[in-house]
Design a protein around this ligand. Structure first.
Ligand code: GDP
Length: 445
């Protein structure tokens, strides 16, 4: 799918970071270099890539990084915010005129998906309670008028089409008359489909500019095929100069485009992406949300929720105390138990890990992890005396047998727990010295 490869590459980049305890300048540079390569390979325009990576670098090295997050999370958060920014920041809704009808003109190359979009948009507007009229001003492409009539009838929306198309008729007059017709018949929105060419063409631009002048649209939507890759930026700039537009529609996002067009056009033209088209059917269409698209690209799941939960679970002061104990090798089974309970307080561990970026790769590990393990661990530790919890060296055979009986577990279970605790204590000593936190039995997150 679109962005699939980019997502994988970015996830790979972040995975490397996950093993780092602290971000050095060279870590940041390495990461930024990988991000840059991933974006270029996804056909994002060079100017956009340069701007993007330099901002990410600056922020990752800056003071305002969120110290509550681990290095991978910090970088993911910055990359996420910057992706949202180049995708236009806030969601931009369609703007309606104060006095009806609202005029929406569609522009773009032939095959971009304008006629299909006209039908999708009409259907969408009907659902929202509007009464759109479609106007067939693409008199160039044979069959365009007929195609608009087909999508119009599918959407249950009338089509104004006085000319047969096939290169005859005056598209500017049709557009003007169409708006007049909408006013007369009290349609509150008019959608004007215009002609495109296979490439950028002066005559086509002039015609589109004339339609714009004649109808004074509230919105001019530039429809661009996400599959055209590197050409997207040049095409968008040409349309901006020739006709200018108020918003962008990305079409064919369902294909296996590399996504560069999507990531470049808003930033290069300064015009927001308003809709995304994701298939040939009239329902394959959605309002565009920069934040959701960024999450999709980053495979974030719900990272913000995760971060919040993690912040709640690992109270900073508590963490410092534990780190101190660790450094002094005073980490006890009581601390171990407390940590496990905190993790549970953060919601199910599985759910939490499922929200980590790139959790796809963790799926297998997740499935092997059994939350009941925590319950069993609790039972065993609670069957120990305070002295035993302070010092596992006291745990001889008869004590272990007593604990096993008390907790309803086997001696093997008790042995395994003690062994895991001792491993964890050792691992956590590393943490205290600036290593990476680990959940016992889980490996690095
Ligand atoms: P126009 O020349 O700009 O009016 O483009 P059309 O609306 O005729 O679309 C060109 C082709 O692309 C048609 O075969 C459409 O079915 C197809 N198409 C349009 N939008 C999408 C989309 O979002 N996804 C896919 N897969 N195909 C699309």
């Amino acid at each position: 799918a679109t962005f699939g490869n980019l997502s994988d590459r970015l996830a790979e980049t972040f995975k490397h970071l996950r093993t780092k305890g602290k971000l050095s300048a060279s870590d940041v540079d390495g990461t930024v270099r990988e991000i840059r390569r991933a974006l270029l390979d996804a056909d994002v325009s060079l100017d956009v890539v340069k701007q993007f990576t330099s901002t990410v670098r600056e922020r990752a090295l800056g003071d305002e990084v969120n110290k509550a997050l681990n290095p991978a999370q910090q970088v993911v958060q910055i990359v996420n915010e910057e992706l949202v920014a180049i995708l236009g920041g806030q969601q931009r809704r369609l703007q309606f005129a104060k006095t009806a009808p609202t005029v929406i003109m569609l522009a773009g190359l032939q095959g971009a998906g304008k006629t299909t979009l006209a039908g999708k948009l009409a259907k969408h507007l009907v659902k929202e309670g509007h009464t759109p009229l479609l106007v067939a001003s693409d008199l160039q492409r044979p069959n365009a008028v007929n195609q608009l009539q087909v999508v119009g009838s599918q959407a249950g929306v009338p089509v104004y089409a006085p000319e047969p198309g096939n290169g005859v008729g005056d598209p500017v007059k049709v557009a003007k008359d169409g708006v007049e017709q909408a006013r007369r018949a009290q349609h509150d929105v008019v959608i004007i489909d215009t002609a495109g060419r296979l490439g950028v063409d002066a005559e086509m631009m002039k015609q589109a500019a004339n339609i714009r002048k004649a109808t004074n649209p509230d919105e001019v939507l530039f429809v661009i095929d996400a599959m055209i890759g590197q050409d997207a930026v040049a095409t968008a700039k040409a349309f901006q100069e020739g006709v200018d537009f108020t918003g962008v529609v990305l079409s064919k996002l369902d294909g296996d485009a590399r996504g560069g067009a999507a990531l470049s056009v808003a930033s290069v033209t300064g015009r927001p992406i308003i809709f995304a088209s994701t298939g040939e059917g009239l329902d394959d269409f959605e309002p565009f949300h920069p934040d959701r698209m960024a999450s999709r690209i980053l495979d974030l799941g719900d990272i913000l929720t995760l971060i919040e939960q993690a912040q709640q679970a690992f109270d900073e002061e508590e963490a410092l105390k534990v780190a101190e104990k660790l450094a002094k090798e005073q980490f006890t089974l009581d601390d171990f138990l407390k940590q496990m309970q905190q993790l549970r307080g953060a919601g199910s561990i599985k759910k939490m890990l499922g929200m980590l970026p790139g959790a796809g790769g963790l799926r297998q590990q997740l499935d092997q992890f059994d939350e009941r393990e925590i319950v069993r661990t609790e039972a065993i530790i609670q069957s120990m005396t305070p002295a035993e919890r302070q010092n596992t060296k006291l745990l001889n055979g008869s004590r272990r047998l007593r604990i096993a009986k008390g907790s309803g577990m086997t001696v093997t279970d008790v042995n395994q727990l003690v062994q895991r605790f001792e491993q964890a204590a050792k691992m956590m000593k590393t943490v205290a010295r600036g290593g990476v936190p680990q959940i016992p039995g889980m490996g690095p997150i």
